[in-house]
Design a protein around this ligand. Structure first.
Ligand SMILES: [Fe+2]
Length: 164
């Protein structure tokens, strides 16, 4: 692609592919985390967010469609690294008292990455006059923030103490 053709819309589309790939990885990671946790509350938080993540992928499909593009992911190395760190926690802290808080910490790192990405995408979509895409992305952004808050509550509620 010629440099002059690399517009904000190009960057938006590339970032959309990045989060598409990230969400697909998160779907699998949340399934593994729900299995690994010993806390019923945390399991249900992971399972709920897994269902939300399914919808989030569909919202991304809708946005690709709005843009007349095929849904396509592009390997998101940042998310691969975060998911890999989560996997290490699951292995190294298997059956340990600190397993659940470790899982929460990895899940929050993932949420924060998503919050950063969706925040940017919302603002670019608005800038590009893509109102429908902006509101779809905003719905997802709110879900990520809510999940992050819930994870903080769970950690500060009881799990940190249990781990100590
Ligand atoms: Fe997500």
């Amino acid at each position: 692609m010629a440099t002059k053709d690399k517009t904000l819309e190009t960057l938006f589309l590339e970032t959309l592919k990045d989060v598409y790939h990230a969400e697909k990885q998160i779907l699998r990671a949340l399934g593994r985390m729900a299995k690994a946790t010993q806390s019923p509350e945390l399991r249900s938080a992971f399972e709920t967010h897994r269902e939300e993540t399914d919808n989030q992928v569909q919202r991304l499909d809708q946005i690709f469609e709005l843009m007349g593009k095929r849904s396509r992911g592009k390997p998101c190395e940042a998310m691969q690294g975060l998911v890999e760190e989560g996997r290490e926690i699951m292995e190294e802290f298997k059956d340990a008292p600190a397993l659940d808080v470790g899982l929460i910490a990895s899940a929050q790192a993932i949420e924060h990455y998503e919050i950063a990405r969706y925040g940017t995408l919302v603002s670019w979509a608005r800038h590009l006059g893509m109102d429908e895409a902006a509101s779809l992305l905003e719905e997802t952004l709110e879900e990520e923030k809510k999940t992050d808050g819930l994870l903080t509550e769970l950690a500060e509620g009881t799990l940190n103490e249990e781990a100590a």
